[in-house]
Design a protein around this ligand. Structure first.
Ligand SMILES: Nc1ncnc2c1ncn2[C@@H]1O[C@H](COP(=O)(O)OP(=O)(O)OP(=O)(O)O)[C@@H](O)[C@H]1O
Ligand SMILES: [Mg+2]
Length: 385
């Protein structure tokens, strides 16, 4: 699965004959999976990685951490950082996956829980798609197995009629399964995971059989500690997990780095021209978000009120991406204050009454007074009116 001219030709042939229904070439799909988007980096890492690998792991724990955090390999190959944050967090997360405990990534919205989970699965198992999306309506079948009812009615219960869940497939093949938003899943359905994680088996009473997890199997769950508390996780289940809390970016520099990298990637996928002078605006968006989030200006001098929304890094990324699209389609291709102002307003003012007051106060007390922020102030006034 490399991003090669070959696979592109294949996809073109496929669309001509209309026969291609499986996975598309990585450069055709809107958002390739991590293992496709970074296939080259993963291949180079695998080739140079001479450290011991746990059973069925594609890479050693060291190489998985390097894939996530970035680095330069002995032959000079540069691995791009996927996650920007404390090294220790990544090391603990990777190590957990090599033990018999599952990994729970916890944090406020937009702290890259889903992103880290996807990249971990891609690096460890080469497949990030064994995924259960947790919702209030997630049924037990989504975690255990379901049935193909036509087959079931015609032939009775059999292995052929059984539709395995992503978790069951991961157990059978020794892969990494992912459960998104674990705490949104009803408690009794969550508890299905207890047997899987402690006994490493999934009974199929209808057939008098079971699926035993083979070496290499583990599970990564994510949960948002803002949505609903982790208290919703039963203590029995909680004990099966090692919890790793992902923090908000520590400094403005880190957050600017995260946003500019990601915007660059998203922009390329959307075929937006890259804005060479966009750094000033990115820094401005990040500064505004951080100040409103922290309730105080960066210099620590002025207290500001926080709006009701989360103003996460993820939202900063989309504000800047939208700004780039505006400047590409309706501006001169240079990212300017007027391109990000509307996006910022939309992200900050979630509650039309209360948040608008918070925003106006911030605008007048902080933005207006700041050196070099005149254009930005004017652009914000224009869209706020
Ligand atoms: N520390 C970070 N390093 C790299 N990327 C980050 C970081 N923090 C946020 N991001 C970026 O933010 C985006 C959103 O992250 P993601 O969707 O994984 O957040 P989440 O924690 O799962 O949020 P939610 O709770 O809303 O599900 C990703 O595109 C990711 O690149
Ligand atoms: Mg998420």
């Amino acid at each position: 699965m490399t991003i090669s001219a070959e696979s592109q030709t294949e996809s073109q042939t496929g669309s001509q004959t209309g026969s291609r229904t499986g996975s598309q070439a990585a450069d055709e799909v809107l958002r390739p999976h991590a293992e496709d988007a970074f296939a080259e980096e993963l291949a180079v890492l695998a080739a140079q990685d001479d450290r011991p690998r746990p059973a069925r792991w594609r890479l050693s724990p060291w190489a998985v951490a390097t894939y996530l955090l970035g680095g330069t390999l002995p032959d000079g190959t540069v691995i791009s950082p996927k996650y920007v944050g404390p090294r220790r967090i990544v090391e603990v997360a990777v190590t957990t996956l090599a033990t018999d405990r599952a990994l729970l990534l916890l944090g406020v919205p937009g702290t890259a829980k889903t992103w880290v989970s996807e990249h971990l699965a891609a690096a460890v198992s080469g497949d990030s798609t064994l995924l259960v999306q947790g919702t209030a309506g997630t049924p037990e079948e989504a975690i255990r197995y379901g049935w193909n009812y036509a087959q079931l009615l015609a032939n009775g219960p059999s292995r052929d009629a059984l539709v395995p869940s992503p978790v069951m497939r991961a157990m059978a093949d020794g892969m990494t399964a992912r459960v998104e938003e674990l705490t949104r899943i009803p408690a009794d359905v969550q508890d299905t995971l207890i047997t899987i994680l402690s006994e490493k088996t999934l009974p199929i009473p209808e057939l008098g059989q079971e699926v035993q997890a083979v070496r290499g199997f583990n599970l990564i769950a994510t949960a948002n500690d803002r949505d609903r508390g982790v208290n919703d996780l039963s203590s029995a289940l909680r004990r099966r997990f090692n919890t790793v809390v992902l923090p908000l970016p520590a400094s403005v520099e880190d957050e600017v780095d995260i946003v500019s990298r990601r915007v660059d990637q998203v922009g390329r996928a959307l075929e937006l021209p890259s804005a060479p002078d966009g750094m000033d605006e990115i820094r401005r968006v990040v500064t505004v978000f951080r100040e409103l989030r922290d309730g105080v200006t960066a210099d620590g001098r002025t207290k500001v009120k926080s709006p009701s929304g989360t103003l996460s890094t993820a939202e900063a990324i989309s504000v800047v991406t939208n700004g780039l699209a505006l400047s590409a389609h309706f501006g001169d291709g240079v990212l300017r204050s007027s391109d990000v102002a509307a996006g910022i307003l939309g992200a900050v003012v979630r509650d039309p009454a209360a948040d608008r007051v918070v925003w106006q106060e911030y605008l007048e007390a902080v933005v207006r007074e700041r050196d070099g922020w005149k254009d930005f102030y004017r652009a914000c006034r224009e869209v706020s009116a």
